[in-house]
Write a protein that binds this ligand. Structure first.
Ligand code: SF4
Length: 140
């Protein structure tokens, strides 16, 4: 959301961590995941930092949540390996949970990052130079 307010500027993790009083180490982990997801891009070196990879109104919330939370299964049987719950496969709860999870993500797919930022969201200018590197470092 912070990046959406200044789409043409490269912001550093240090800057954002200081602004919001959050752990820089934790923020670096999130930045790496968002780079992997193709949501943000980073540029190394002096004057480097990060910015959104696309305009905020092109980034669906469902896309971000799927990527960040995808490896945390809601219940054990949703794990990639199927888990080892004794109630599976006869469990009647799992289909309800699956539908609820799908509804949750479908709802998030109806909204974009721009919807969360409101008027503060700005379109990147056409002349803004796009960062080339996607590697995240301590200096990003
Ligand atoms: S109780 Fe049902 S929903 Fe929960 S982990 Fe076991 S099989 Fe899945």
């Amino acid at each position: 959301m912070r990046l959406a307010t200044e789409p043409d500027r490269l912001l550093t993790t240090e800057e954002i961590a200081d602004e919001y009083g959050i752990s820089r180490h934790h923020l670096l982990k999130i930045v790496r995941e968002l780079v992997e997801a193709g949501v943000i891009v980073t540029q190394r070196g002096g004057g480097g930092g990060m910015r959104l990879a696309r305009a905020a109104d092109e980034i669906r919330l469902g896309e971000v949540v799927r990527h960040l939370e995808g490896r945390h299964a809601l219940v054990e049987c949703f794990r990639a390996d199927g888990g080892d719950c004794n109630l599976n496969p006869g469990c009647r709860l799992k289909s309800h949970l699956k539908r609820a999870e799908e509804a949750f993500l479908a709802d998030l797919d109806r909204s974009t990052l721009a919807d969360c930022v409101g008027r503060q969201a700005r379109k990147p200018s056409r002349t803004a130079k796009r960062p080339r590197s996607t590697k995240v470092t301590e200096n990003s």
